[in-house]
Ligand binder design. Structure first.
Ligand SMILES: NC(=O)c1ccc[n+]([C@@H]2O[C@H](COP(=O)([O-])OP(=O)(O)OC[C@H]3O[C@@H](n4cnc5c(N)ncnc54)[C@H](O)[C@@H]3O)[C@@H](O)[C@H]2O)c1
Length: 252
């Protein structure tokens, strides 16, 4: 018996590390998964993994910054699987490391559009379907940098703090519909994102492991475990919560 038997999940950014591991985990626990990403080839690779493991999934191109694309993804999940009970929003932009004076307005707006408005759009179209299904769980991937900051990442840290507040706001508004909304805040996790500013994962570890008291970086599967908890009925009394999974980064 899987922990998500009979449920349908829509996961954005599921070609990527954290959302991809979560999509695989949801499927392994019995959910049918619509694997969405702007990178359709990557989404299809995630689907292939799921199907090879005996699960059920379909791939869908979706740009979370685009209202038509997000609405289309929600409709595609309904067409494919009849309903949605779980919505996981994992997309984030990669933006230059720069302070407010140096960061181009277009990069600020792009980060806000993908990181924050993307969640607004997916929830705008997804929540009514989850409510119509009798309720379910929305998981918005924020960051430990939604609670604390690092230098020269104004768009990222601000958008992630806003994701935590947007999640609380929606938790309040849709509790009456049995729709739970939580944010999930990773610490540094070994995915392609971290290689943006370092040459190798070894360089990343040398720089960032000392900031994580637990003595290692996160693995995508660490976050998938936490996402599974938030997706499943085991978290039935959890809403409006920011679940920080950061190896102690923010405890220091
Ligand atoms: N890896 C970390 O250290 C870390 C730490 C804290 C928070 N996070 C958050 O976790 C989430 C997942 O990050 P990851 O580390 O797995 O990154 P990743 O780069 O492995 O995956 C990100 C995915 O997002 C997709 N994407 C980008 N723009 C998109 C758009 N407009 N529409 C749809 N998909 C889009 C990319 O194609 C990619 O597949 C992000 O929200 C990120 O901010 C990551």
């Amino acid at each position: 018996m899987g922990r998500l038997d009979g449920k349908v999940a829509l996961v954005t950014a599921a070609a990527g590390g954290i959302a991809g591991a979560s999509a695989r985990r949801f499927a392994a626990e019995g959910a049918s998964v619509l694997v969405c990403d702007i990178d359709l080839d990557g989404a299809e690779r995630t689907v292939a993994d799921i199907v090879a493991a005996g699960g059920t999934a379909r791939a869908r191109h979706c740009d979370v910054a685009d209202p038509e694309s997000t609405e289309g993804a929600v409709e595609a999940a309904i067409d494919a699987f009849g309903t949605i009970q779980i919505l996981m929003n994992g997309a984030a932009a990669r933006e230059p490391v720069a302070n407010v004076v140096d960061l181009p307005l277009a990069e600020w707006e792009r980060a806000m559009r993908i990181n924050l408005t993307g969640i607004f759009l997916m929830c705008k179209y997804g929540i009514p379907k989850i409510a119509a299904a009798g309720g379910g769980s929305v998981i918005n991937v924020a960051s430990q940098l939604g609670s604390v900051v690092v230098p020269n990442r104004p768009a990222y840290v601000t958008s992630k703090a806003a994701v935590i507040q947007l999640s609380r706001s929606m938790a309040l508004d849709f509790a009456k519909d049995n729709v739970r909304v939580n944010s999930l805040s990773p610490g540094a996790t070994e995915t392609g994102r971290l290689l943006e500013h370092y040459d190798t994962m070894e360089d990343v570890r040398r720089a960032l492991v000392p900031l994580h008291p637990i003595g290692r970086l996160g693995q995508p599967e660490d976050l998938a475990d936490a996402a599974l908890f938030l997706a499943s009925d085991e978290s039935a009394f959890v809403t409006g919560h920011d679940l920080i999974v950061d190896g102690g980064y923010t405890a220091v």
